[in-house]
Write a protein of this length. Structure first.
Lengths: 246, 246, 246, 246, 246, 246
């Protein structure tokens, strides 16, 4: 996209989609950039689905990943810096006239900071609408219909399936290995942290999985990945359409 | 508590509970400090339930409430400042030897920032365990068994019930008034924001309820409040026990 | 106070009083929250004295107490964070229409930061009037008429007396113990720091008093406390009246 | 790259290359992401040239571009935020054991901030070596041998040539248009800012070129682009080899 | 002083004196830099008096002067930035081995920020001793013996007298003019702000004096200035001697 | 200058010159404040040359010098703090009506931060013009005509010459000593850092010169210093004239 097209897009495409990822361990078989790749691909699919009513803005390749720092290659921003980057992207877009920004994050570790940005923008930019969405959580119904381990999640069945569908060249299928797959394998503090309900305890991933994986990625299939992504894209696009019409 | 008792508590009471609230509109019938009062009272009940294994630390009376600023009396911190305060409380307690801090927040607007604090502490204080919990969300099963409006939430049935049980003198029952109670009353953008699922859109409360209330607080009963609080206290205390044993 | 009352108060009660305290050691006999309790109680008495022309805003329970960190239970904010909190309280109140904010601090460690906030607000909010006041320093004449030790101050005769009057249940009279009471007990660096004049040397309290107390709190009487508080309340209220009339 | 490969790379590939770009106008014919694309491609070529002794780290897609904000689509970070991101990338890599980081920036607007990061790291991480390099400036001799306009630079002959070589699909050759090409077209303040010597005056690009272009990109040839890039890659690789041997 | 002499001074001269000033209006007759000049000169006199046991460090020419911004030429730092500069001076000196830093401020507007720096350093640099002192306040007894106006202070009798003694070439005696000299001239809000006791109200100087002067500088004599400075120097030097011996 | 003169200067002297220096080692023979002294003197000469069309604003005595911290007496600001100070000087001057600020820096370590300030001001103060200039770099032609060592630079022939001309009392000619004078004396990493081209490696000076000097200051002559300064002053003044006329 050139600056000329951007100038047109301000009115023709009133929503800017920003893909947010992470550079963090995804077990022995998937790329560090997995979350970013998924966010980018979904952003493109959503934009296509919306037929020109949304454009894709600059990405956030690195996110908030302190819980993965024990694994080599993980790069993290503090929540303060990640928030500043998101805010300044939004401010730049705002200057050009956009009033709707949607961040699609492939990484759950970014969720809380995205919410804080949304909160602070209410005061500083009252006429800017800022939305954000995770990926897999939009397709919980699909995932629960899949054959997943008792313990599953990061780099597990659902995430691997998405990558097999979206970017199979970034999955080393021969290296995929099961991580923590059952509650029995978790020691008590890890179980408390894994639980996910409330109270919430944020834990380093090396304390809940030796290889950084939750679930068994070998069970992942490309078909499941397609099903997840199709639902995710549909639901985000449907949200954006309602948003534009609202 | 004096400094002498604090010195003893570092070993006898290895968990510090910090009650977090908000000073924000709670409709025509409830106090601005409603969230803080509930957090304080639940903290006391949890500490009592734990029989001395936890102490109550300094409160966070004001939280993150930019979405309520259109209503008089609301006081808010930016997410950055709220995070700094929480972090510095935790750092002070850490210096004295505590390694487990639990924030009980009566205000959902604080959730995201509490998570960002938990994330950043993983890097800066790897041996500090930082947990946090909301209140009402812990008793979703109880609330779903109550007679609530189609649209309900802030200052609605469940929150008012809790106050009738915990601090009835802070509820002006004669002034309680229904707010937005059905989806029909929400215009499209408000409906998108109220939805609560993903994608997430953070909205100012004055755009989703004229009097700041979601639901009909007149339906609230003290009994329902007691039931909610009992479950909340039990679940938090049970979490803390597991945490201490883990 | 509900949001409705807050809306009325913006015009009826043009001054907002913010009580500021500290959570810090107050010797073996007084609560960590002593300064906050005194500030809260005096704020209420001043508001009562002013008959509705002032309202009480959210408190600052924790203040700037690095000099007491060697004593268990002390919780401190950095001066930067404390300033940010005060500023954001003031900004929130400003949004609702208030133009006069008065902070009553029960803790001298907050004084300097309150002044820096006042200075910065001159530039950022030129039409906001921000005042602050300590407590005991307003009644120096009363204190000098009391039977105080040669060295006296923190948790000593005057402060204990105030607590005996305002919140006797928070004073363990049986545990009150003399701290440093004479200059002879101070080693040279401690004496330089205690001096209080200029040049000024800020020191950790554990270097000037083994139990954190300056003076002999056992000499404190409830009557002296009442006399101090009466004078303090009168002088603050008188200031506010002049301020409102100015 | 997976976390396993990253773990190996810490010793096998002791230099991490971070490509830094910008999202900013590049005239009517080139993509907003031009600088990022060039930095990414050169990083890959340098890494290839070094045969495994360097790895490519996460990119910095957005840089410091306030001078281009008048043109639609430009997204900028403040220098403070850009510096924070670079610093936190470096800190993450440092944790994993890397001690040499090289930023290759396709955007000259990032140069000053990269230098400030290098300066601050001297104090905070004395054993980390942080280097950075621009692109085109490394091939000044090649550019001066090209047929360039009197005024040339941003989105002009040399930059367009590089893109024709590295990413021809991102150049709309039919839309390429001359910008400011002679000093006569510059009004006095613009001439002072364009001068580039000292004293230095930083100016908004809309004051020195109506279409954001300096020079005539239609003169650019793929061959010139190849020549520039070859020299740039060679010189960076040669620097890294000396660095590794030093 | 060269780096060689600095290396010796770390042990020979264990106190570093930092002169802090302001660039702010000093009425029609005195230089903007008046406070800085006084601080520099007193620092030199104190160092001389101490016979080599103290060295003079880098100055802080600009301070915290938002209250004078209505008068042309005033330059101010925010309290946050002024604090950062002081802290970083202290940290640099600390690295070289100094453990005692004394700031002499010619400007009262810096006092509060200097105290906040002292407080924060207690936590971050527990073995650094940081003291600070004002000037005129050290000689209150001398000033009260002078012929001063009912209202006096900034750019008034005492300050002008000091300049007549220390830097007469910076006083335009022919332009000296009385400012606000009696309480009658102050309107009620100005009187409240001038009062100086507690509660404290910080006010812009243009609301309390039309020409920025408090008092009548024409009454100032060089002799009074000498008397003030002699006392100030003596008292600071005496403090430093005790400090070194403590 | 008094506030009255400042008020006149806003229109009569539309450029404010801010001299920026450093407090850092300048070898065994020159003062720590060398860069500040040169900046101050050149600022005065430029102002004189401009005959009243520029005024001198407050100085920046301390700059960005982390690379010299291994040498006693060096005081440094972080780039963030140095930038904040420059920005706040500029903001204060802006408030009084000035729209052109020129920083003359005697210290190359400040260059990058000055550029970042210029960049950020484009967004926050679009109608403020902010220029900056180094000293010696303006006279490269003169220096190259001097008899300089193969390796020369900091505290070397050109800088010493300037001081011999501008402030001979601050040069201990008897202590001047050669530092690193030939490339042979540099070990490989030092040579890479000294190179000055790109890629750029910022290094601590103690790794490239044992006494902190690059070149042989004993070769410096007062005449060379005069020639350098004359050219520098002329070029800066000429820039300012064009700027004022533009």
């Amino acid at each position: 996209m050139t600056t000329n097209e951007a100038a047109d897009a301000v009115t023709a495409s009133p929503v800017v989609i920003i893909p947010a990822g992470a550079v963090e361990q995804h077990g022995p078989g998937m790329a560090l950039a997995t979350d970013w790749v998924r966010a980018e691909r979904v952003a493109e699919l959503v934009a296509a689905e919306l037929g020109g009513r949304a454009v894709i803005g600059p990405p956030l390749p690195v996110g908030v990943s302190p819980h993965h720092l024990a694994f080599a290659g993980t790069v993290t921003l503090t929540t303060t810096t990640f928030a500043a980057v998101v805010r300044e992207y939004a401010q730049s877009l705002y200057r050009h006239g956009w009033r709707k920004v949607l961040v699609i994050t492939g990484h759950g570790g970014n969720n809380a900071t995205l919410t804080t940005v949304a909160q602070d923008l209410l005061t500083t930019h009252p006429d800017l609408r800022f939305a954000w969405t995770p990926l897999t959580a939009l397709a919980r119904d699909v995932v629960s219909g899949m054959r997943v381990s008792e313990v599953h999640g990061h780099s597990g069945e659902a995430e691997t399936a998405q990558m097999l569908h979206l970017a199979p060249h970034l999955v080393h299928t021969d290296r995929l290995a099961a991580g923590t797959t059952s509650l029995d394998e978790l020691d008590p503090p890890a179980r408390l942290a894994y639980d996910g309900g409330h109270p919430t305890l944020t834990a380093r991933y090396d304390t809940i999985s030796a290889n950084g994986v939750l679930g068994d990625p070998r069970r992942a299939t490309r078909d499941d990945g397609r099903r997840i992504i199709d639902v995710v894209v549909l639901r985000i696009a449907s949200f954006v359409r309602e948003w534009l019409d609202a």
